[in-house]
Design a protein around this ligand. Structure first.
Ligand SMILES: [Cu+2]
Length: 110
């Protein structure tokens, strides 16, 4: 019985620990998707998924370990514009030709 209670408590805590958030990431193709998702998958990230059509990135993470901002920064570091950050220009230049997506417009920045 005690074990059962412990299990239930653990499950409830775990579910509470993760946060699901979405934000926009600029990009083009399937290769962008791989690069973006790979950059985002760090400690504390449970799920990192970028939708090519909508450009919406779904992030499931543990706020005790990592923040939404840190993940967006990691994506920007590999050359991709995110809602909060501008992608690193040098990293962008190094991306394969097919990945040279149209950069974020200034008016898109909130
Ligand atoms: Cu690409």
């Amino acid at each position: 019985m005690l074990l059962l209670i412990a299990t239930i408590t653990f499950t409830a805590t775990k579910a509470q620990d993760t946060k699901t958030e979405t934000f926009k990431v600029w990009g083009n193709c399937g290769m962008c998707k791989k690069t973006i998702e790979k950059a985002a998958k760090t400690d504390g990230v449970e799920k990192a998924e970028w939708n090519r059509e909508t450009k919406i990135f779904t992030l499931v993470y543990n706020p005790a370990v990592i923040s939404n901002e840190k993940v967006q920064k990691a994506i920007a570091a590999v050359g991709y514009d995110t809602e909060k950050f501008t992608g690193d220009d040098k990293a962008y230049e190094k991306l394969p030709g097919c990945c040279h997506y149209e950069r974020k417009m200034k008016e898109d920045i909130n």
